[in-house]
Design a protein around this ligand. Sequence first.
Ligand code: ANZ
Length: 880
Amino acid sequence: MTKEYNHLEIEPKWQAYWEEKKTFKSPEKPGEKKLYVLDMFPYPSGSGLHIGHPLGYTGSDIYARFKRMQGFSVLHPMGYDAFGLPAEQHAINTGEHPGEITKQNCQRFTKQLKSLGFSYDWDRGIATCDADYYHWTQWIFLKLYNSWFDTSLQKARPISELEIPEEIKAKGEKEILNYQANFRLAYYGEAMVNWCDELGTVLANEEVIDGKSERGGFDVVRKPMKQWLLRITAYADRLIDELDEIDWPENIKEQQRNWVGRRQGTEIDFITEDGEDIISAFTTRPDTLFGVTFFVISPEHPLVDKLSSQKQKRAVNEYKEKASKLSELDRTMENRDKTGVFTGSYVVNPINQEKVPVYVGDYVLVNYGTGAVMGVPAHDERDFKFAKKYEIPIRATLVPKNKEDKVLNDIMCGNLCWTEPGIMIKQTFPVSDELKLTGKSNEEGKKIITKWLEENNSGKAVITYRLRDWLFSRQRYWGEPIPIVHWEDGTSTAVDEKDLPLKLPDVVDYKPSSDGESPLSKATEWLKVIHPEKQISGRRETNTMPQWAGSCWYYLRFIDPKNKEKGWEPDLEKSWMPVDFYIGGAEHAVLHLLYSRFWHKVLFDLNLVSTAEPFQKLFNQGMILSSAFKDNRGALVPVDLVKEEAGGKFIKSETGEAVEKITAKMSKSLKNVVNPDDVIKEYGTDTLRMYLMFMGPLESTKPWDSKAITGVHRFVKKSFSYISNLHFISESDESDEVKKALNRTIKKLEIDFEGVRFNTTISSLMELLNTFSTFEISKETAEKFVLLISPLAPHLAEELWSRLGHSNSLSGEPWPKYDELYLKDSTVTVVLQVKGKKRATVEVEIDISDEILKASTIESLKGTSFPVKGEDKFIIVRDK
Ligand code: ANZ
């Protein structure tokens, strides 16, 4: 047996052992203590794993391994989010079936993931593009299609329970179907889409940049099209309110709340000058109604044409055309110029009968609020910019307390837009008695004005949401077929559950057809269906589901991945759900994490799952950055064009020009991408895993440092040679220093592993090994060290464990227990002073980190009359 550390020998050996013995197979059903640890599964791209994958996956793996040692039944699966555009693009270019390249990529990912030593139960592997899997994605689609949302009960119910009004019933089956369609959670309706003629498809907002397709740079226009939509808006309140029940990072919750965008506001009716039409404006600031000096409607507003005067028609049409090329994102960008065009018409402000000009402006979106805005330049930044550009008057309605004159003057002169709260000022208009607002807070102003509007039939309090129904169809081949048939009599029905999966047919050409239909429209045989009873012919839906569909429920399939009869067995679902620890990137804050919560809630309402939320605890790993260089003009210089000079200076190799080292995102063009395969080859997986954790807190963004990894590698090697070369003493001869250090480390690691603070576990182990090297230790102590390091560096630990004479894997070993006897001197009493006065004392670990000491101080003083907050200044004095 060699005594040199050789990761190339050790790591593949243990990976093969785990695979052969199925070491990490989870039980079908958990024992008393269960833990479901889930990674956001990857899209198997052609370029293989990038370094961000192992960062999060290592974090969850350490946690899973630690909890197994604590006696938990752990479910820790992995699979692939395997439908997607790149494979389809490859198919279009090469004519090869997208399933082929997807399969190869999945195999490559699996090989890479196995080389990282993750403790997945590989027998539960799934790929969302397998018919065995998408069978159940389609099945859930049918559940959505066959349900409606009962607003009074705030839950989904089977469509068969929807009451049909008598007059509809009397009109026959077709009318009943039409009536139900207005309630179904999956429905076929008109939606504004980004349409690209050249590519013949609808594009997602993220695929459109400056009015052009991201791929190819072709023109994209916004146009209404018939599409499948999911009624996620029905769940808007629950998606916000039920966030309170889950343990997620506050910033992600906040992003979800903003995305749903629930707003309390007022709809105010403005009547056109000719008295013919009412245009409602949605506002969150009815208190500013006296400050309205113009009115803006969205270019897609139904009244645009009617309101455009003869003289202005051409200008309005040109403006509309331009606006149709912009995505919503472009239109709402904060620092974008606010533009518009006058329609030639006026509307009347209900509160003072003042006539204000109506503009068409693209900063007003058609599908938010009412698609019309009352312009208050004194108190809204967008309106302020607009008014300055078109020289529209500015009029204040409120000012901050105590600074009345100064602020009022600044607003009126167009130097300031006051968007904060304040007190209402005297109006220049005659106002009725109930509208005496002067001196009242603007919050009161909101209430009074809304009440007045309601009493005068000119408006009402409303709640609006930013969230829109989810556009659920794509003109693509490589996705789940939508199981619907459109019949020649104009009706549409769903495929029967027993006829699922509706498999993707083979086609010869993966391009969308020229009229914008999905490639499936070319599968002529597959398309045709004859109605079994009515004997009429039908055509299958040719659109497929978006990539988000498969990832909406994959965590349920992992529970029962091989079940042919059901998506999952209810009994197993009950015992494993919810996911206890879900880890992934913060980039999924809204789409995936919102969509899957929505599906889960529908399934919950239909009694198909047992929890209201799918993911109890969410953890976001940070991003790994890399280095790059910047020349003196500020341009980025790829790493391979730079060399290091003596004294740590960097120069461009060709010109000798000095460059500055900076931290930048990893990108192919900067040649600064770290490939996990290369790191594994050079240092081994255990070093990579430990370094990834040692870089800093798992949740923070941090730069890759190729020098620092060698330090961690030295520690791995030192642990190996120290433990495998030891001559042990008996436990009773061991010094107290060793015992204290060991027991303290066990306790600290237990707390830190539980709190997902892995960087500190590694430094503690480094210190422990240092202590060992100045004393002699027993075999029992060496074994404990091996167990402690095993979640972090599992191959190293297995190897040492076997060298310590064990014939079995250490994976079944329990987490070592610490002995309180040796912890006595390991805590200290900390005196907590607030503003120089002693307020409390707490007992903490001697080597407690600043961060945790801060947290426990906040906790200890909570609820006292001298509470402290995270933002307060802390001074920590040690060794006193
Ligand atoms: C007048 C006003 C005065 C407004 C004021 C704000 C401040 P949030 O909070 O983002 O939801 N708005 C309404 N509908 C809109 C649409 N379809 N497109 C673009 N903007 C729209 O914003 C609500 C405010 O956004 C509304 O309140 C309205 O401007 C604008 F001092 O009305 B406000």
